[in-house]
Design a protein around this ligand. Structure first.
Ligand code: 7PJ
Length: 289
């Protein structure tokens, strides 16, 4: 597996586990009070402060997302997504020394984000939207492709079913990666993600994590996103604001099973778990090969 991910003008060192801080720029997360999100100075300022705090806490990249992908969420229009995401990407690029990832499925947002300084495209729909794969390829940026059962977040949780969740997730990611390569995205620029919570029951999610080492056979870096998710809530009977400890447990287990990029809300606590887990697995200060 590659240990250096070339992200435009930056290189991400995947010989160490890296923390990706989540920056939601949706109305519910960064509104100025009203229902409609406006890319006002104030909200971009708030987003920048949050990003800066996550970088200071140990995030090596910031994942900017302007679309809510919660189960049942309705899709956002492209212009609205651009209005939410691009000013924030530009501002982070101008003011912080960090890698910017953009959580989007829209080809226009991929292209404009790349122009604004993003270094990674993170698509929960695995570049399945019309034109998305071509758009992603045209940017030259690495992509994270994620498994989701069911075509959209609106319907994914209706009746998730698998014969063998690991085999199916693995096959999907392998096929999707091949399609990316055929579309001109080099394999060395593909990151894979099992998609915790996307069209999966609690038991599916737990099995995926338990057996996540099987995804290492794909030979591509693995990104893991379990932070504050329903799977933690269901396993513990905890509301979303009370899932930190449960989320951290999944981080340690995911690292032990090959996770290389950990996508989280709680960066400081996660960074400690990452360092502690790596110390146990590889020795203090040791590089993993
Ligand atoms: C994920 C994501 C994930 C990747 C979201 C949430 C839902 N991108 N975007 N992996 N989840 N790659 O954070 O709860 O698991 S949005």
């Amino acid at each position: 597996m590659i240990t250096k991910l070339q992200c435009a003008d930056r290189v991400l060192d995947l010989s160490r586990v890296q923390v990706m801080g989540i920056l939601n720029v949706t109305p519910d997360s960064f509104s100025d009070g009203g229902n409609l999100y406006q890319a006002s100075r104030l909200s971009v300022d708030k987003a920048l402060v949050h990003a800066a705090n996550m970088v200071a806490d140990g995030a090596s990249m910031i994942d900017v997302g302007g679309e809510s992908t919660r189960p049942g969420a309705s899709p956002v229009g492209v212009q609205e997504e651009l209005d939410r995401v691009i000013p924030v990407v530009e501002r982070i690029k101008a003011e912080l020394d960090t890698l910017i990832s953009v959580d989007t499925s829209a080809p226009e947002v991929m292209i404009e984000s790349a122009k604004a300084g993003a270094g990674l495209i993170n698509d929960v729909r695995s570049l399945a939207r019309d034109g998305a794969m071509e758009a992603a390829a045209s940017t030259g940026l690495p992509v994270c492709i994620m498994h989701m059962q069911g075509a959209t977040p609106a319907t994914m949780q209706l009746a998730p079913h698998y014969e063998d969740v690991l085999a199916e997730v693995c096959d999907f990611l392998a096929q999707r990666a091949d399609q990316c390569v055929a579309a001109g995205i080099p394999r060395e620029r593909i990151v894979v993600d099992p998609g915790f919570g996307f069209g999966k029951t609690l038991e599916h999610n737990l099995t995926l994590l338990r057996r996540m080492d099987e995804l290492e056979a794909l030979g591509m870096p693995i990104l893991v996103g379990t932070s504050r998710k329903t799977m933690v809530g269901q396993a513990l009977g905890r509301e979303v604001g009370d899932r930190l400890a449960g989320s951290l447990a999944t981080v340690a287990l995911a690292i032990e099973r090959g996770g290389r990029i950990i996508r989280v809300h709680d960066v400081a606590a996660t960074a400690d778990v990452v360092r502690m887990t790596e110390a146990v697995l590889y020795g203090a200060g040791q590089e993993r090969v």
